[in-house]
Design a protein around this ligand. Sequence first.
Ligand code: BGP
Length: 504
Amino acid sequence: MTHIILFQKEVSKLSFPKNFLWGGASAAHQCEGGYREDGKGLCTADVITSGDGIHNIQRRVTYEMPDGSKGSCQVFPMSEIPDGAVLKCFDDEFYPTHEAVDFYHHYKEDIALMAEMGFKCYRMSINWTRIYPNGDDPMPNEKGLEFYDKVFDECLKYGIQPVVTLFHFETPLGLVHKYGGWVHRACINEFEKYCKTVFERYQNKVKYWITFNEINNMNFLPMYAGGLLKIDEQSRAQASYHQFLASAMAVKLAHRIAPDMKVGMMIAGQVAYGMTANPKDALLVMERERDMYFYCDVQCWGVYPAWKEKEYERNGVHLVKEDGDDAILKDGTVDYIAFSYYSSSCVSCDPNTETTSGNMCTSIINPYLEQTEWGWLIDPDGLRILMNRFMDRYQLPLFIVENGMGAMDKPDENGNIHDDYRIDYLRKHIRAMEQAITEDGVLLLGYTVWGSIDLVSAGTGEMRKRYGMVYVDKQDDGTGTYTRRKKDSFYWYQKVILSNGETL
Ligand code: BGP
């Protein structure tokens, strides 16, 4: 008996694998700033204004018409951009990503803070337009390459492994104007060229790569996710098809350049519940989740699911393919599944139900769940369910590369931030993750808290929607000193990592 108890204790001590990758995550356009520095070109994120989640003011993309007039349209849900529009920035608009939290000049300080928390990895993205300013330049921009060399070296100095996203909503404007974004096949070759450059350059510094951030966002945010000016179903389907091919080519290329490099797909995780036991609700659940599984199936299995082909047929969508494409998709399946998880959603066939928002989606209010200040439902069990579903379906290692809580942190009179709500959120999600590992046998490579150092919100463009364990003095009106300050969650996460998840 004693023996069994000891054994159980031992097992629980080993709940997280020894080399588990604890860390934090960011995206270039949301943290770097320096939007025109050292030869950087413009990307889609650079022409998106700030919004306001509380007053429901949407972010807008700004453009100039051939007659010189200025125009703008909502990014989510997106309205169509008129023919002839040229996306550009205007002096009388505020674009929060231009300065963001100035990681471009603070990276040493920020990485030192990550090291102090004990990070084993740092998920970040390379902004394509630092490397190829227009997307199709004949030669890469050496200054841009040098910047990421410095960032990776700084990480490695502390034993932090960079986990690098190749594309986090940063389509070069050059490709948007020349080709209409990812709807054009030419983007695949340009992306492949960019991948080759960074794989070759950083092969000894970066082992884990991620192709397209939340690739399923083509559904909700086609401009953001694919640089699309047109939002019809045909354009979105074709653009996704090109991203799948580009992802498959990237996987093959990485393996050829350095066989120990691992390339993952990345999806906005969706777990949906039906409001009632009405089978009509169950069908809606199936449809909502299928929207996500479609993107996973293609990247993990290399084939389009039958239901998608039927849907395209019904809706008159016709994918333009080339010979050999099927083989490219089949041969370029991913090494692991990276995903973001913030909340579950709830669906109902009853049209009179009240809704709330979520990560790039809306949901029926779930009476069993609390919400964040932005209305996102807090559901740690949903994370465990999602991990199990991925594992059951694909039998691939998983990597949680985004999870966290956006909240309005209020420094006290001494400037300290007591973010116990964030600690509570993270603790519950880490517990759920631990259960998935120990009780369900899920294979999890790591966990990176989203926006571990405050950054600009992708959905609303706000600074006050803070996710960080480090506070950055940067406000919604663009003011602030960029001073970094450790929140209570900083010290809490430090202990979590030090104990490899034992001390929660
Ligand atoms: C995901 C994105 C991130 C990030 C996060 C939080 O969709 O990959 O870029 O921003 O969601 O969302 P938000 O910033 O809208 O709160």
